[in-house]
Design a protein around this ligand. Structure first.
Ligand code: MN
Length: 284
C-alpha cells in the first residue's frame, strides 16, 4: 500500500487513479493525553489501520494527483538517522572532492557511527528545498529511506526488516563546510522525504532497488541499493544497539556516487524502483 499525507495532514491511499482520502480512519487512533508519546501514532498502529484504509479507499473516488500537495509521509519522526559513506564509489568521490570530504579520512558505519538530522528539517514532495547560505555549496544525496514500524532495541540482523513499516525516497541535503554534520544536514527542508510511504510487503528486497536523481533533466546519480556497504538490515541492527528505534523513525541509508550542488531555480527529480518518483523545486 502507498500511503501519503497531503493538503494539511490528510491521509491518502495512492492508487493508479489518484489519491483516496482515508483521513476518517484516524478516528480509530487512541485519544492521547499529555505527555504524548514520541512515536508516530499512525505508523505505530499501521497494522490495524491498513485494512480500514483499504476499505475506505475502495469506497471514495480518487483525487487527481496533480491537484494535491504532498507532504512528508511521516508526521512525527522522533529522529532521522543518517548512515555515512555507505557506497564505495561515493567514498571514492569524497576522497577526490575536498568540498565533500573536507580533508577528513572517510570512515564507514562501524568506525564512524551514525549521525542525526533534526526532525524539523523534514519536508515532503510538494514542498520546495529552500537553499540556505547561498554563498556555500548545498549538495543532493539521493538515499533509500527506511521507516521504522515497531520499537526496536538490540534487534538481530535477521529480525531487523520485521521492524520496518515501509520505504520512501530520502534526499539527505547537505550544506558543505567544516561544521558538524548534524548542523549542516539539519537545516529546514534539508531532509526531503516522499512522495509517499510504500509498505514493507510491497518491497521484498530493499537491497536491490534501482535509484536515479536528475537535476534539470541531467542524470547526476544512478545506482542500485545492492551497492550499499552495510545493507538495510545491518544498519537497523547496528542502530538499535545505540538508539531505541521508534515507529516513525527514519533511517537514510547512504548515498551513491554522483553527489553534486544545486541552486535556486533547479529542479530535482528523484526516483527509486518500487517506490516512485518525486519532483522537487529548489528556491532561495
Ligand atoms: Mn547522506
Amino acid at each position: 500500500m502507498r500511503i501519503c499525507r497531503f493538503d494539511g495532514g490528510r491521509i491518502g491511499v495512492v492508487k493508479d487513479d489518484g489519491v483516496h482520502d482515508v483521513t476518517g480512519c484516524l478516528d480509530r487512533l487512541p485519544a492521547l493525553r499529555y505527555p504524548y508519546p514520541l512515536d508516530d501514532q499512525l505508523i505505530a498502529h499501521l497494522d490495524e489501520l491498513q485494512p480500514l484504509f483499504e476499505a475506505m479507499a475502495a469506497a471514495v473516488p480518487g483525487l487527481d494527483m496533480a491537484a494535491v500537495r504532498l507532504e512528508n509521509p511521516v508526521a512525527n519522526a522522533s529522529k532521522v538517522i543518517g548512515t555515512p559513506s555507505n557506497y564505495k564509489k561515493h567514498v571514492e568521490e569524497a576522497g577526490r572532492d575536498p568540498m565533500i570530504g573536507q580533508g577528513r579520512p572517510r570512515q564507514t558505519l562501524k568506525e564512524a557511527g551514525f549521525f542525526l538530522k533534526a526532525n524539523t528539517s523534514l519536508c515532503g514532495a510538494g514542498d520546495a528545498l529552500v537553499v540556505h547560505f547561498a554563498d556555500r555549496r548545498t549538495d543532493h544525496e539521493l538515499e533509500l529511506a527506511a521507516v521504522i514500524g515497531r520499537k526496536a532495541k538490540n534487534v538481530t540482523e535477521a529480525e531487523a526488516l520485521d521492524h520496518v513499516a515501509g520505504y520512501t525516497i530520502g534526499l539527505d541535503m547537505t550544506l558543505r563546510g567544516a561544521e558538524d554534520r548534524s548542523l549542516r544536514k539539519s537545516i529546514d527542508t534539508y531532509s526531503v522525504v516522499g512522495p509517499w510511504l510504500v509498505t514493507r510487503d510491497e518491497i521484498d528486497d530493499p537491497d536491490d532497488l534501482d535509484m536515479t536523481l536528475r537535476v534539470n533533466g541531467e542524470t547526476r546519480q544512478s545506482s542500485n541499493t545492492r551497492h550499499m556497504i552495510y545493507n538495510v538490515a545491518q544498519q537497523i541492527a547496528i542502530a538499535s544497539t545505540f538508539y531505541t528505534l521508534l515507529p516513525g523513525d527514519i533511517i537514510m541509508t547512504g548515498t551513491p556516487e554522483g553527489v553534486g550542488p544545486v541552486k535556486a531555480g533547479d529542479r530535482m527529480c528523484a526516483e527509486i524502483e518500487k517506490i516512485g518518483a518525486m519532483d522537487i523545486a529548489v528556491r532561495d
